[in-house]
Design a protein around this ligand. Sequence first.
Ligand code: VOV
Length: 248
Amino acid sequence: MPEAVETMDGWYCLHDLRKIDWAKWKKASEEERRQAVDEIKTMLREWEEVSEARDGSHAFYSLMGQKADIILMILRPTMKELEEIELRFNKSKFAEFTTPSYSYVSVVELSKYMSKPQDNPEDNPGVRARLKPKLPEWDHICFYPMDKRREGNDNWYMLPMDERRQLMYEHSLTGRKYAGEIKQIITGSMGFDDWEWSVTLFAKDVLQLKKIVYEMRFDVVSARYGEFGPFYVGNLLKTDDIPAYLAV
Ligand code: VOV
């Protein structure tokens, strides 16, 4: 039986994607709109304080295309805290003008493919920091869920550990070419959501998102074993820019 790789798990993660009901938003009174904007700005400011205290992190972006208008990605030490945030957002004035379009529940995950058997990577402060990452405020985000294929001869879960390790090593070499251009957060979601992992990429230059995903398509681990869900791409929505984004 192939051996399962051990994972290290960090902060819990919720991706919450919503559409804005622009027709309803336009019909709302100026007072209602002001209240909704103030409330969302207050929430974000409070989350910025949580982030500064290193008790969590979040990202807020507007999305391109018609699948959704906004994405909130939030990281917290417990699932309970994620629930409180989701509930608070749902009960806010602003939520009255949104409809849910997609959500994803997972936990920041690093696997031990690259670590030596005698080492405990969690002793390494760099590894611990990656399990509780501060999400970068880079201009662009790309989010998608993915699986490893289990089909006939292309079954990731039937490969021996050494083969999987080698394929992950090759994957890491492609990834490293994008150091400084792309920051990736991989979260595991087996038992939590419909796909096995979520991939969230941050980029300063939006084109680098296309380039890394394209180049990785040729890594055997993606070419042969990768299956992908919907892709979402968007632009940073800074708290101070929210009134302009929502102005009608
Ligand atoms: C910025 C680039 C980048 C870099 C440097 C990088 C490196 C690494 C390393 C070293 C490791 C293994 C150890 C660990 O840290 O877990 C991983 C792990 C993983 N990756 Fe990755 N990845 C990147 C980027 C990156 C991308 C763009 C994708 C999507 C693939 C695509 O085709 O669309 C991805 C996927 C994953 C997944 C799903 C896993 C977990 C697989 C599993 O079976 O456990 N990843 N990844």
